[in-house]
Design a protein around this ligand. Structure first.
Ligand SMILES: *Cc1c(COP(=O)(O)O)cnc(C)c1O
Length: 367
């Protein structure tokens, strides 16, 4: 028995602090935009090295708010990849913008930057790179292209909080970074939560207003915003976890590297994830590639070993996006990843014996 993720193990060492923080909020009575929300925003801004953090209700709203913060017009194009969580693309379509999808680099699962350059048209307004599984996109290369074409950059950092490109944190390099505190993310809350990061004063102000129905001052609406606030309770609990975020990443990295060593002995039956130079990968997911992936998943399930597929369907093949006009075969690397990728348990509190159990089951399968 090895769980894909065991939150109780992660929370056990800080249980007393978490309970105290929750109780403070219950007794304090300021459940919406209470003082802990501002404290978390400050602490997170200091951690990520950005001027502003605007917290919000979840990572999907963070993407929506980020896109709302610019004066994009219906039909304007936003470039991203089809190999990501649904919300990356649905945020674009919800605003009547057009997602222009670009295939991934098969080595990193992240957007192929050369193909991204070729996808720029006169209607392109923004690029939305996703730092998938915890590894940042090559932001030097991406930003150079964005600047050359005058494009905005919104970084989907939902899976990569704490990861770095060189010495800069993912989410701090483009115009806006978005992140998620969904419980399975590296900085997971106790329900839904999210945040936006930016160094731009005007954008931060606009995001704050948009998060509150576009209201400023009270009952006067400059913009049509949303109710996208983070609960005080989540902020208070996240303040307890934030000091541990680097430690969580270190644990995940150590486990990923241990897997790499063990899988190396299996030859090329298992393709291990690649870390690119300059990237500090935080392994929200440790994703291998194998043939007969669905059979392996069933085999591991029988042994009580947790694993999952992120993602089984490339977004261009989703029914709701059929109107975009893409078809099977348009993004072969993304489709191939959807057919062969498998995420294994990697959270920092796994024991060495559990990692060996996972690897020995897989080696039995591929033998
Ligand atoms: C989790 C996730 C989101 C959405 O975050 P929620 O908080 O679940 O709304 C967006 N993009 C990516 C890449 C994600 O993994």
């Amino acid at each position: 028995m090895v769980p894909l993720l065991d939150l109780s193990r992660i929370h056990k060492p800080i249980q007393t602090e978490l309970e105290r923080a929750a109780l403070d909020v219950l007794r304090g009575g300021r459940y919406v935009l209470g003082p802990q929300v501002g404290e978390l925003e400050k602490a997170l801004a200091a951690y990520c090295g950005v001027k502003h953090v605007v917290s919000c209700a979840n990572g999907s709203d963070a993407l929506l708010l980020a896109l709302m913060a610019f004066d994009f017009q219906p039909g304007d194009e936003v470039i991203t990849t089809p190999y990501t969580f649904f919300a990356t693309v649905s945020a674009i379509t919800r605003l009547q913008l057009r997602p222009v999808l670009v295939d991934i680099d098969p080595a990193t699962f992240n957007i192929d930057i050369d193909k991204m350059r070729d996808a720029i048209t006169p209607r392109t307004r923004a690029i939305l790179p996703v730092h998938l599984f915890g590894q940042p996109v090559d932001m030097d290369k991406l930003m150079a292209i964005a600047h050359k074409h005058g494009l905005h950059v919104i970084e989907d950092t939902a899976q990569a909080i704490g990861s770095r490109w060189g010495d800069r944190f993912a989410g701090s390099i483009g115009d806006i970074g978005t992140t998620s505190f969904y419980p399975t993310k590296n900085l997971g809350g106790f329900g839904d939560g999210g945040a936006l990061t930016t160094n731009d004063d005007a954008l931060a102000e606009r995001l704050r207003i948009l998060r509150m129905h576009g209201m400023e001052p009270k009952y006067y609406h400059k913009f049509i915003g949303i109710n996208g606030r983070l609960d005080t309770l989540q902020a208070a609990l996240l303040l307890v976890k934030l000091p541990h975020l680097d430690g969580y990443a270190k644990g995940r990295r150590a486990n990923a590297h241990r897997y790499n060593e063990l899988f190396a002995k299996l030859g090329d039956a298992v393709t291990i994830p690649v870390e690119i130079p300059n990237a500090y990968h935080v392994y929200n997911q440790y994703v291998i590639r194998v043939q007969r992936r669905d059979e392996l998943k069933a085999f591991l399930a029988k042994r009580g070993i947790g694993c999952d597929i992120y993602y089984p369907v490339s977004l261009h093949e989703q029914e709701c996006f059929a109107y975009l006009g893409y078809k099977k075969g348009d993004f072969p690397n993304s489709e191939n990843a959807a057919n062969t990728s498998l995420a294994l348990p990697v959270f920092g509190e796994l024991t060495p014996a559990e990692i060996e159990e996972v690897v020995s089951a897989i080696s039995e399968f591929v033998a």
